[in-house]
Design a protein. Structure first.
Length: 185
């Protein structure tokens, strides 16, 4: 196993070998023909150009977005000014110096209150109508029950029944007969 590892170590290319041209790969100093001062200047120029490119890539879109947003804000402000000029209302407050927002808040609260009252009426009206109908039906049923009771009482007065307490009954007559019969004996 160790023999295989040694063989691979000798046959594989070196880590230090130049593997191709790329922007990120720095050439070895032995391959550069220019002097160290020229190399440092070039390196500085490249770094500055690279940094400027990065800054421009980030800054320009942001700058464009900021410009666009600023323009939109200005246009919206102009629209608001136009609306305010068209819809100028006199101050409804007692004091001219007082901001009329208090009055507008009061008006909006009144509107909300009216809206709540409307909602209440809209939900309770059917219920109240239904309750009124039920109460009328209940009064009609009570009246019918009273009429039936009156008819029933009238029939009771006319008929003699064994099971009635206050009416003339055969049981009462029979009881009187039994008492008389006992006295005679």
């Amino acid at each position: 196993m160790q023999h295989i590892l040694e063989k691979e170590a000798t046959t594989l290319p070196s880590i230090d070998a130049n593997k191709g041209t790329s922007i990120d790969v720095k050439p070895q100093t032995s391959q550069i023909l220019a002097g160290p001062e020229c190399l440092a200047e070039k390196k500085d120029e490249w770094e500055i150009a690279y940094i400027n490119t990065k800054i421009n890539d980030v800054y320009n879109p942001l700058n464009n977005n900021v410009d666009w947003l600023s323009m939109r804000i200005d246009l919206l402000q102009q629209d608001l000014d136009t609306i305010r000029k068209k819809d100028q209302q006199p101050a409804t407050s007692i004091d001219i110096c007082t901001i009329t927002s208090i009055d507008s808040k009061f008006a909006s609260m009144e509107d909300r209150l009216q809206t709540y009252e409307d909602m209440h009426d809209r939900f309770t009206s059917p219920i109240m109508r239904y309750l009124d109908t039920l109460s009328k039906q209940m009064m009609n049923v009570q009246r019918d029950i009273g009429t039936l009771n009156d008819q029933h009482d009238f029939k009771e007065e006319c008929s003699t029944s064994i099971d009635r307490f206050r009416r003339a009954s055969l049981d009462v007559t029979a009881a009187k007969f039994d008492q008389q019969h006992k006295l005679i004996r």
